[in-house]
Write a protein that binds this ligand. Structure first.
Ligand code: SDX
Length: 436
């Protein structure tokens, strides 16, 4: 599937105990590090690779998103995230991620219409919500209800049928915002607000989240633009934990609704998409600038499980380019909302300044990531903290779908089944309980 095999470069691996050697091809992509193709390693040398956390392992070939962690570069199908955030909109970026090219005017109009006319959910899905406690975390609700879509849309669960894969893709991209808003409304005890076809994707989401039947809700163009940009920034990010979860679930042939539900579950973790909510809780716990040194000290203490949420990244060893755009958007939103000296923003900026001067963070190249500022923007826009990761999931659904479709269209695709280094007990016989 890769367009560019390297011109014959190889790596020779030798087992010093047995003297056995195997020559492994080195492959080049169009950009980024080369990879050593280890598919013949076990048959040639009788050993597995060992890479917990996949720190140095490429799990697949992809043409969707490129990240250069050292340079802080993020490209969606070759387009820099900064340009897309400034000049594009979320559904156009969604088209780009799914199909590989920016749409013509006609293609975009059709795509927007097709997504818009799939935003309603089966009325019976509302019954699922009644089974949740009102104080259930909306990520728990979203995970459950998206998985339950498998029980409703039987006409788009055959993953071997390209048309059914396309229908399921549109249903997920279009309906996840509706389900997310329903999870929020349910937690408030407010009626669900139906989607509206005369609104853009971001406007519609804000409307479903904040409108009430009792009065007209006027969508703020500033907030809808900010949400649209937030969605763009969160849409895809190469083979992160939740995307890898979706790919692994999909590799067994599981239906797309179940795969996306698995992705939502993985994203929820505070080390991943749950970090935006954790950042806000951390800032609220720090409370004031004079307590920052105490928390920086804790973040550096190996005996303390506390980490500076919103800092660090497996790939970015430079500024996360999304964090930079997010910080600019944060100032714009607060200015537009007339929110002066937002204490959490002041605190975040001082925390960022101090951390970036501290050798612990500098030595480990721990910079603010996409989650560091997003919580402040969302809080200023009226989103409760437990909705922050839901926002991330709404945006990332199109990335998960694009990656899932890329895998399903790969003729070499196999079920993902990693091996292990076994360090458990050797063979032994059963001992009857009276002899133990
Ligand atoms: C997202 O993968 C993606 O692309 C994810 C994402 C996406 O768009 O899909 O970008 C979205 O998940 C962003 C990350 C959000 N998570 C957080 O902000 C949580 C806080 N960050 C850390 O948990 C951590 O930085 C990770 C999980 C993001 C990355 O962890 P790694 O790559 O496994 O790095 P590590 O844990 O091995 O840390 C390396 C060193 C360690 O110290 P030493 O053992 O070398 O002494 O840096 C330290 C860590 O203790 N460290 C931190 C830290 N992050 C790393 N110390 C304090 N605070 C932190 N935040």
């Amino acid at each position: 599937m890769h367009d560019k095999a390297n011109a014959g470069a190889t790596a020779t691996v030798t087992n010093s105990q047995t003297g056995q050697s195997v020559e492994l091809p080195i492959l080049s992509g169009s950009m980024g590090p080369q990879v050593m193709d280890i598919r013949k390693l076990y048959s040639g040398l009788g050993v597995f690779t060992f890479d917990p956390g996949y720190m140095a392992t490429g799990s697949c070939e992809s043409k969707i998103t490129f990240i250069d962690g050292d340079e802080g570069v993020l490209l969606y199908r070759g387009y820099p995230i900064q340009q897309l955030a400034e000049k594009s909109d979320f559904l156009e970026v969604s088209y780009l991620l799914l199909y590989g090219e920016l749409p013509t005017e006609a293609q975009k109009a059709k795509f927007v219409r097709d997504v818009t006319y799939h935003t309603m959910v089966h009325e019976q899905i509302t019954y699922f919500f009644r089974g949740f406690r009102r104080d259930a975390h909306p990520m728990a609700v979203l995970c459950g209800v998206v998985g339950a879509m498998s029980a409703f849309y039987h006409d788009s669960t055959d993953i071997n049928d390209e048309r059914q894969r396309m229908v399921a893709s549109f249903r997920l991209i279009a309906k996840v915002p509706t389900l997310a808003a329903m999870a929020y409304k349910y937690s408030l005890g407010q009626p669900f607000i139906h989607p509206r076809n005369d609104l853009t994707y971001a406007e519609n989401f804000l409307h479903m989240m904040f409108a009430v039947p009792a009065e007209e809700y006027v969508v703020s163009p500033v907030l809808s633009r900010a949400i649209d940009r937030l969605f763009i920034l969160h849409a895809d990010h190469e083979q992160n934990a939740s995307t890898s979860t979706v790919r692994l679930a999909g590799s067994s042939g599981a239906n797309p609704f179940a795969c996306i539900s698995a992705g939502i579950a993985s994203l929820w973790g505070p080390a991943h998409g749950g970090a935006n909510e954790a950042v806000l809780r951390m800032l609220e716990e720090i409370g004031s600038v004079d307590r920052i040194p105490e928390f920086i000290k804790r973040a550096k203490d190996k005996d303390d499980s506390f980490r500076l949420m919103g800092f660090g990244h497996r790939v970015y060893k430079n500024y996360d380019p999304r964090a930079t755009v997010m910080r600019e958007t944060c100032h714009e939103v607060l200015d537009e909302l007339g929110i002066k000296d937002e204490p959490l923003l002041e605190l975040a900026m001082e925390l960022e300044r101090i951390a970036l001067e501290d050798e612990y963070f500098v030595d480990r190249k721990l910079y603010p990531n996409v989650d560091f500022y997003s919580g402040i923007i969302l809080k200023a826009m009226g989103f409760p903290a437990h909705l922050f990761t839901v926002m991330f999931a709404v945006a990332r659904t199109v990335g998960w779908i694009a990656q899932w479709n890329e895998m399903m269209n790969d003729p070499t695709q196999k079920i993902g089944r990693p091996r292990q280094l076994y360090t458990g007990a050797g063979p032994r016989d059963y001992v009857p309980v009276e002899q133990r």
